[in-house]
Ligand binder design. Structure first.
Ligand code: FES
Length: 172
């Protein structure tokens, strides 16, 4: 005669469920974390520190367009070197460097400069010599100033991308 009482059967049932659940969780959790992993982490790393954009002596009092190049950009799988992040206009004013992003704050087209006025070819926004909006273009703010300084005779510029088509400057 078997002595399988209700308590033993109940225990075996619970133990089976517990062990099965633990094995299932051990398999499912790593698989689930693999699926959702990129959604919560920063997968592309662009430099937030100042970038060397050339000798300070090469910049005049008039706006000069320069490429902003990151020595290294990483994503989840690769590392790219010497990546052009964008362009900026730089000049010296009263012995201090100034920089404006060449990204149109309307929808992000590259802005040109004709010696007096910045002009966006996409929707005809115009900006004065200090980057302020002029005319009736759709841009809701002026060109974005970028932090720049001279260190040991070299220009060090911090590249910032701002949200587009809003009147305030909020980093993107
Ligand atoms: S993107 Fe420059 S005016 Fe629209």
């Amino acid at each position: 005669m078997s002595d399988d009482g209700p308590d033993r059967r109940k225990f075996l049932k619970l133990a089976t469920c517990g062990i099965g659940g633990a094995v299932g969780a051990a398999i499912a959790l790593p698989a689930l974390s693999l699926v959702v992993h990129p959604s919560r982490t920063q997968t592309v790393t662009t430099p937030r520190d100042p970038l060397d954009v050339g000798p300070a002596g090469g910049v005049s009092q008039g706006w000069t367009k320069i490429d902003v190049v990151a020595p290294e950009v990483r994503d989840a799988w690769t590392t790219a070197r010497d990546v052009v992040l964008g362009a900026a206009y730089v000049r010296m004013k009263a012995g201090k460097p100034e920089a404006l992003s060449a990204v149109c704050p309307h929808l992000g087209c590259p802005v040109g400069y004709d010696g007096k006025t910045f002009l966006c070819p996409c929707h005809d926004s115009r900006f004065g010599d200090g980057g302020e909006t002029v005319g009736a273009g759709p841009a809701k703010r002026g060109l974005d100033p970028l932090p720049i300084e001279v260190v040991d005779g070299r220009l060090r510029l911090t590249w910032v991308r701002y949200k587009l088509d809003i009147p305030t400057r909020e980093p993107a």
